[in-house]
Design a protein around this ligand. Structure first.
Ligand code: M6R
Length: 609
């Protein structure tokens, strides 16, 4: 949601903080701020708006120091404003915070009665005042933080400074991610590793209920009783270049173009040499698992939810195990039929989405085994699940999810084959054939990506449309939903995804020259039916962009624009249809002059419910 960075070391602190915030801006971008220990005081600079506004505000200032914290905000409590931006300072204490403090109003009341004066509408400011309060009562800085953590209820990742401790940075986490980076003679904190990957790849991943005291070049991890916890750093595989734009105009475009590579990396090592087995470390040694489960519950949000919808088609058809799919935020409110015979699969790029985590916890409470499909190592979702299968998309910085989606689909193909084999529903020839097509995917995706100029040409024609309809059937219906989501989140054009067969039950009333229809019409079992829907739109003078199989020469006479898709088996068409829809949304948004990587009101990872 918001982004945190902190630094203790010999470099130019402001530069390290600003660079870290730039890398984290995708997590929140309605305001930003830094606090730097300078000349024996903590100097705070904050500004509403994008990071560039803060940059301009501090340009020319000499804020030298070797200790500081920074924050980029996505507003929850209190509108975006200079005063509501972090860091918040109370007395000698400065705080940056991600998460939500649920009991902030009652704490604020007590603190105000004691004479504390508040300057913002945020929940965060309460934390600064509370620590300051205990510190004034005589507790050392570390103790004061611990006492305050004992009082607050809710979720937090925190970075805290104290004016009387020029060599100390305290970090703490509960239900909101935070890492400590270990460099040569320097230390970092960050809400996400890419913020400081330029400086180190060695991290301590804090767990809930832990705080870290960074001081004297060392890190001590403690629990909330003050007991020291020995923690070994872990080395992350991501490198700094992966979090760079690499010459592309936007991260989103780079991430779309990277999909052939991301898919290759996600498949690699997971198929046996003779193509007869899917290999998932951890899962494949649990022989009982497939025998014992009688149902799979897929839970996810947003784009990951669309991957789950594709997953239902795949798992049910290849393994014949019944599958239910729920949106993360809905799952626990419908008293779901989940027990120890259920495998709950939670899908999330970030592994930190609060609603998906809540659904996972609900499933666990009811006895389900849990499996996470996740892109971020050491994320909360992966740590709380019995098993994790990682997608190897690499860091996804663009707020609109692209490569995470296609790699989630890859994992769902592999899981379906894995379960199909174990449950005896797929024989060897079928398995071999499917895998043969699966391994061709990266080449086919390369072919699709090469069509980007044509998609850009088509996008230019539709920039002024106010509404879009996306139609798909069967396994491609969730791709229609995903295409519509991509368009609306970055271009702000209203778009709806519909199962093509439902069009005649309502949406057909909307069809006219002003409403472009994107029809997913590759040659598969539902081709004839989708063609009928295209005829219906055509007869009402609707403008159609069709995504069709390369060998379909007739479709051009029925539609205004055609995007060609190379041939594959119908189960794999979602993979090939996705990239053109991502590119279409991307180019339309870019032609409109929108900030594609940081669309309004959105944040990359939604860590609040
Ligand atoms: O990190 P997650 O996959 O759990 O995120 C879920 C959604 O918040 C995310 O997919 C969101 O819908 C994206 N903006 C889609 O592009």
């Amino acid at each position: 949601m918001c982004g945190i960075v902190g630094y203790l070391g010999p470099r130019e602190t402001v530069q390290v903080l600003m660079e870290g915030l730039r890398r984290l801006e995708y997590r929140g971008y309605d305001s930003a701020g830094i606090a730097v220990f300078h000349g024996g005081k903590i100097e705070v600079r904050r500004a509403q708006g994008k990071l560039t506004i803060l940059e301009e505000a501090i340009a020319g200032e000499s804020l030298e120091g070797r200790l500081g914290i920074g924050h980029t905000r996505w507003a929850t409590h209190g509108r975006p404003s200079d005063d509501n931006a972090h860091p918040h300072k109370a007395g000698s204490i400065a705080v940056v915070h991600n998460g939500i403090i649920e009991n902030y109003l009652s704490l604020k009341k007590v603190l105000m009665e004691k004479g504390h004066v508040f300057n913002s509408e945020t929940d965060t400011e309460v934390i600064a005042h509370l620590i300051d309060h205990f510190h004034r009562e005589g507790l050392p800085f570390d103790e004061a933080v611990r006492r305050a953590l004992g009082e607050i209820k809710g979720s937090y990742a925190l970075g805290v400074l104290c004016e009387k401790e020029p060599d100390k940075l305290i970090a703490a986490r509960s239900e909101s991610p935070l890492v400590v980076g270990l460099g040569e003679g320097e230390l970092f904190i960050a809400s996400d590793t890419p913020a400081v990957l330029t400086y180190t790849r060695n991290f301590i991943f804090l767990e809930d209920g832990e705080m870290a005291v960074l001081s004297g070049g060392k890190v001590e991890v403690l629990d909330l009783e003050g007991k020291s916890i020995p923690r070994e750093p872990k080395r992350v595989m991501w490198n700094p270049l992966m979090a760079e734009k690499g010459g592309y105009k936007h991260f989103m475009l780079k991430e779309i173009m990277e999909q052939p590579r991301a898919v290759t990396d996600t498949i690699r090592g997971r198929i046996s040499e003779d193509r007869s087995e899917i290999v998932f470390e951890g899962l494949d040694t649990d022989e009982k698992m497939v025998k014992e489960i009688n149902k799979i519950a897929l839970v996810a949000c947003g784009t990951s939810y669309h991957a789950a919808l594709v997953g239902r088609y795949l798992i049910e058809s290849l393994s014949r195990i019944p599958v239910e799919v729920d949106i993360g935020s809905e799952f626990r409110y419908r008293n779901p039929l989940v027990d120890e015979k259920t495998l709950l699969v939670a899908i999330s790029q970030s592994g930190e989405t609060a609603d998906t985590l809540a659904a996972l916890r609900e499933g666990r409470k009811r006895g389900a085994r849990t499996l996470a499909i996740c892109n971020v190592v050491e994320s909360s979702l992966s740590r709380e699940s019995d098993y994790t299968i990682f997608t190897y998309a690499g860091p996804e910085i663009g707020v609109a999810s692209t490569k995470a989606f296609s790699t989630q689909l890859v994992i769902l193909y592999l899981i379906s084959l894995f379960l199909g084999k174990r449950s005896g529903h797929i024989d060897h020839p079928h398995m071999e054939e499917f895998i043969g097509e699966l391994v061709k995917l990266p080449h086919l995706l390369e072919e699709v990506v090469r069509e980007h100029k044509e998609i850009e040409r088509i996008a230019r024609k539709y920039v002024h449309a106010k509404n879009f309809l996306y139609l798909g059937r069967g396994i491609n219906y969730p791709i229609a939903l995903e295409g519509a989501l991509k368009l609306k989140e970055i271009s702000y054009i209203h778009a709806e995804g519909y199962p093509a067969g439902e069009m005649k039950h309502g949406p057909i009333a909307l069809i006219d020259r002003e409403m472009p229809v994107v029809a997913l019409a590759t040659r598969d079992d539902t081709y004839e039916k989708v063609m009928n829907n295209i005829e219906e739109v055509h007869a009402r003078e609707g403008r159609i962009i069709a995504l069709a199989s390369q060998d379909d020469k007739e479709i051009a006479s029925k539609v205004e624009d055609v995007i060609s898709i190379p041939p594959t088996i119908s189960a794999l068409t979602p993979m090939l249809l996705t990239i053109p829809l991502q590119l279409l949304a991307y180019y339309i948004a870019d032609f409109k002059g929108n900030d594609v990587d940081q669309p309004r009101n959105l944040a990359k990872s939604v860590t609040v419910e």
